[in-house]
Design a protein around this ligand. Sequence first.
Ligand code: FMN
Length: 173
Amino acid sequence: MSVVLSHDVFREISYGLYVVTSKDGEKGNGQIVNTVLQVTSEPPKFAVIVNRKNLTHDYILKSGVFGVSVLSEDAPMIFIGLFGFKSGRDIDKLANTTYIEGVTGCPLVTEHALGVLECNVVNYLGVGTHTIFVGEVIQSMALGSGRPMTYEYYHKHLKGKTAKNAPTFIAQK
Ligand SMILES: Cc1cc2nc3c(=O)[nH]c(=O)nc-3n(C[C@H](O)[C@H](O)[C@H](O)COP(=O)(O)O)c2cc1C
């Protein structure tokens, strides 16, 4: 029996677009992810999927906390490029945006965000190139009204690409 593997089906899966942040002592960092998912409601827990090569991954492992900023459709490409195509190893991303500090000291990016969550990691699972971090919400704030940025909007209207460290990256053959 021959097996079919069509990436076209993968592209039909829907996501949002978020900045996931974390910290290492006094240092903070953040990156774009499309992989945020609420996993339980009582208590509220969210999963994020982060590439092991990313600085944000190191920070989440070390500090056991992460923040999620829900991006609005007004987030421009320059903002997504800063957090999604550059590494905190080379540039201080947070110096180029606005953020507040959560109760754990985790930075929570407020620019272009409809709201923020702050989570304590309660579980994590290595899945090869990436780690699934599950965090319990310790604080959440709505910041404004607007339409949340979807992965589809990012591709269709901003003509954005997916970075190679994203779990949903599809290499062009
Ligand atoms: C549209 C888009 C979606 C992305 N989704 C993810 C994701 O879900 N998980 C991930 O680890 N990286 C994802 N990335 C890639 C990271 O944002 C990127 O590797 C970033 O430069 C890592 O930064 P850091 O090294 O400062 O942590 C995505 C990038 C873009 C542009």
